[in-house]
Design a protein around this ligand. Structure first.
Ligand code: C2E
Ligand code: CA
Ligand code: CA
Length: 799
């Protein structure tokens, strides 16, 4: 488990300081509570037993007194001088009653018993021994119990007030809610802190402590008190004889509170310890954690930038010796690394033979310049130089002279180029030429100057003359003439690599022309002549340098992309991505065109299957050259390709240009019909570009006519062309062909083509051609949200 220093310190302090203290506090609390419980047991039991003894005495007094008085009453019919004694003992009356009639025969007072009461009392007078009845509620709201016995034919009844029990109970009170409770032999309340329970002589025999008393037990009991709604602990016992129960209960919460109160000093200590811990954490943070954290954050920052730097002393300010030493050691290390790095950089970027910058230096420096200048839409030129006849110098005068020539020439390059820039382009601030040796006798110069294809040749020739000065080695003047090739940015490339490759191609051309020449890169002639291109394209097919890009076609009826056109691209190792206009002309009317067509068809099918697997079963249009289309095995080989991949023919559209019709009209008709019978569809491409002739199409119902982009391009500015656009669509429809308008670039053009009645649109407005991977992303993005935008755009424009 990893911890940062703050968390670590916190955990350590808690573990060392607070946890033992918390444990100790808890232990003390538990022990105090246990002690309280033990004390309570002893004390409460003692109290209960004392109370029980008092009640026993009282009970004996009652019996003796009642016995004496009742026998006197029985004998004499009256009592004298006993009232005070009776009052003291709470005996309200002693009477002799005829149990049959209920008549009171003799009484110490004027007492009366209801028949009901008498009926109940009678049951207890079974012998001549006096027995206590349970407590009864009398009509006046006063409770009493009775001491009854047989007295001959009659019964003796003494009515005893419960007052004495209540006074006795009240005498014992402790704690907040501690009290004594006394119950009769049936569990009816005689004395209790709740007055209304006393008045009601409530029966509480269901309480566990009372149950035990009813069983004649003596002891301690924990129980739930419904009266106080809480857990209690009680000492309990019984009064032998009448079987009254006596208990001394106390709420457990009082004991806990007492134990807690005992804990107060310890708790105060605990709080102080927390406070001290917080203070010590803060202090140690300041002392240890903060300098370490600062130091760490500085190192992290340096890690990001990749450059180790000395840490400022204020950041790691600390009086911890070890930390001071770590920072010191780190700073020393940073200085060493820094020295090594600059040494290394020098070596990495320096050309050892000439002392000027090498290829890496040139590339690095140029990248910055080009990025900066192109971001401001400014231009520049990259020039590749090669010393004419350097091989001879080496051969004739030896390598050391050769090296000396290279060095002298290299050293003269920068001052010459700088002087040239200053003289010719005074006022371009913040820029300077970048010079590098690429190896052998090849050098590169980057000039960040305003130039274009028109003026660059002149500029470069002047520069070439400026640097072509003889150098003097060992007293001999050795001529240093150069050939040069140039590439302009951003026209010929935006990256240094691209520009270097192209300037190199141009230099190669310049050298092939003879010495001292300059050639500016040009895509068209860079690929060479017709035969070179033919060979190169054949190689390209074999080397897998060709790729297909796909341009979406937007179907207006479905308001969705339903098809794509496959467009050829050449990923040229030197010239980069080339469009077909740069090489197709050269292979027209050769069998390379056929090879190419085969390759395109096979690749298009296989990528269409991939797209279908990704959820987009699009139609694919393939461009087929005239010669290829006219070959007898064109259709069979296409069918074979589809069958080989189990690809439905109706997902392929063949695009051909009108000139196919010139080659052979009858053969053309047969091929189109053959294609259609096999499920393919056929489109006439670039219709309206040359001398298009709809009547020529009348006999051959092609599925689609693609209107050349020149039509839509001019229709927006020329009403006559717009009329032509409208009628072309109309005529194509009349011939039974659908119409695709090519080259729609703006919303206005979309509108115009839709009003003209076109079926589908293709052009940069929707998308330029995309590699199959990018097409998939594009379709997915559209599926996610773009169709709505498309609708919104269109609705807005028509609304
Ligand atoms: P195309 O068949 O007329 O293809 C449409 C050309 O117009 C494509 O140029 C496309 O990139 C471009 N384009 C599409 N939308 C717009 C737009 O809105 N504005 C402008 N200015 N241009 C747009 P790309 O790819 O350079 O193709 C040029 C021609 O090369 C094609 O013209 C086609 O005739 C031929 N080609 C392309 N791929 C093949 C192929 O695989 N085989 C054969 N035989 N010819 C192909
Ligand atoms: Ca086409
Ligand atoms: Ca076209």
């Amino acid at each position: 488990m990893n911890l940062n220093i703050r968390t670590g310190l916190l955990v350590a302090f808690i573990a060392v300081g607070l946890l033992p203290l918390a444990g100790l506090t808890w232990l003390t609390y538990e022990r105090t509570l246990a002690r309280e419980f033990n004390e309570v047991k002893d004390r409460h039991l003692l109290l209960a037993e004392n109370l029980s003894s008092a009640l026993s005495r009282y009970e004996r007094d009652l019996r003796t007194t009642v016995k004496t008085i009742s026998s006197t009453l029985g004998r004499t019919g009256k009592v004298e001088n006993s009232q005070e004694l009776l009052n003291t003992l709470g005996i309200q009356s002693v009477s002799i009653v005829d149990p049959k009639t209920g008549d009171i025969l003799h009484s110490s007072a004027n007492s009366k018993f209801s028949n009901e009461l008498l009926a109940m009392i009678k049951g207890y007078a079974t012998t001549s021994n006096f027995e206590f009845t349970p407590v009864f509620k009398l009509s006046q709201g006063i409770n009493a119990l009775f001491l009854v016995a047989k007295s001959g034919e009659n019964i003796a009844v003494a009515q005893i007030s419960t007052k004495y029990f209540q006074e006795l109970g009240k005498e014992i009170s402790f704690g907040e809610k501690g009290h004594a409770a006394i119950v009769d032999q049936h569990g009816n309340v005689l004395s209790h802190p709740l007055d209304h329970w006393v008045k009601a002589a409530k029966n509480i025999s269901a309480v566990s402590a009372v149950k035990r008393m009813m069983n004649g037990e003596t002891g301690v009991e924990r129980f739930y008190s419904p009266a106080l709604e809480g857990d209690m602990i009680a000492g309990l016992t019984v009064v032998p004889g009448p079987g009254w129960g006596v208990m001394i209960p106390q709420p457990i919460s009082e004991l806990e509170a007492k134990a807690f109160a005992n804990l107060m000093p310890l708790l105060a200590g605990f709080l102080i310890a927390i406070l001290l811990t917080i203070i010590s954490i803060r202090v140690s943070m300041r002392w240890l954690a903060r300098p370490l954290e600062n130091f760490n954050s500085d190192l992290q920052e340096q890690l990001q930038s990749g450059v180790p730097k000395a840490v400022a002393p204020c950041r790691a300010h600390s009086n911890i010796v070890e930390l001071q030493e770590i920072v010191g050691a780190y700073n020393e290390l940073a200085r060493t690394v820094d020295n090594h790095a600059s040494e290394l950089a020098k070596r990495v970027y320096e050309d050892t033979v000439t002392g000027i910058g090498n290829r890496a230096y040139f590339t690095n420096g140029s990248k910055e310049q080009i990025r900066f200048r192109t971001s401001q839409e400014k231009r520049g030129v990259l020039i590749f130089l090669d010393l004419d006849g350097f091989k001879e110098i080496n051969d004739v005068r030896g390598h050391s002279v050769g090296d000396a020539v290279l060095k002298a020439f290299a050293q003269s390059l920068y001052p010459a180029a700088k002087r040239f820039m200053d003289q010719k382009f005074r006022g371009i601030t913040g820029t300077h030429p970048i010079i590098g040796r690429f190896g052998g006798d090849e050098f590169a110069i980057l000039l960040p100057i305003p130039c274009d294809t028109e003026n660059v040749a002149e500029i470069c020739e002047e520069l070439r003359d400026a640097v072509s000065k003889p150098v003097r080695i060992d007293g001999i003047d050795i001529p240093c003439n150069v050939s040069a090739g140039g590439a302009i940015y951003p026209d010929h490339g935006e990256s240094v690599d691209e520009l270097v490759r192209r300037a190199d191609v141009a230099l190669y051309r310049a050298k092939s022309k003879g010495k001292g020449g300059f050639v500016l890169y040009n895509r068209r002639n860079a690929l060479g002549g017709k035969s070179e291109i033919l060979a190169a394209v054949t190689n390209a097919i074999e080397n897998d340098e060709l790729i297909l890009e796909y341009q979406p076609k937007f179907c207006l009826k479905n308001q969705d992309v339903t098809g794509v056109e496959a467009l050829l691209r050449w990923q040229h190792p030197v010239h980069g991505r080339l469009t077909p206009d740069l090489f197709l002309n050269a292979i027209q009317k050769t069998n390379v065109m056929r090879k190419l067509g085969d390759w395109v068809a096979a690749r298009a099918i296989s990528e269409a299957i991939e797209l279908e697997n990704a959820g987009y079963p699009l139609k694919v249009a393939i461009n087929i050259g005239t010669e290829h289309f006219s070959e007898t095995d064109f259709v069979p080989s296409l069918i074979e390709k589809c069958e080989a991949r189990d690809f439905p023919a109706d997902r392929i559209q063949i695009e051909i240009t009108e000139d196919v019709m010139d080659t052979s009209r009858t053969h053309f008709k047969e091929t189109v019909e053959n294609l259609q019978q096999n499920g393919f569809t056929v489109a006439i491409d670039d219709f309206g570009r040359g001398f298009s002739n709809l009547t020529r199409l009348a006999n051959i119902p092609v599925d689609v006519i693609k209107l050349d982009r020149s039509l839509i391009d001019e229709a927006s500015s020329n009403e006559r062309v717009q009329a032509l656009l409208n009628s072309s669509v109309e005529m194509a429809h009349a011939l039974g062909s659908a119409v695709i308008v090519e080259g729609v670039e703006t919303l206005d053009q979309v509108k115009m083509a839709e009003l003209a009645g076109a079926d589908a649109l293709q052009g940069f407005y929707y998308s330029a051609s995309l590699t199959s991977g990018n097409l998939l992303d594009w379709m997915e993005a559209r599926a996610a949200n773009v169709p709505h935008q498309q609708f919104a755009k269109l609705n807005k424009s028509f609304g």
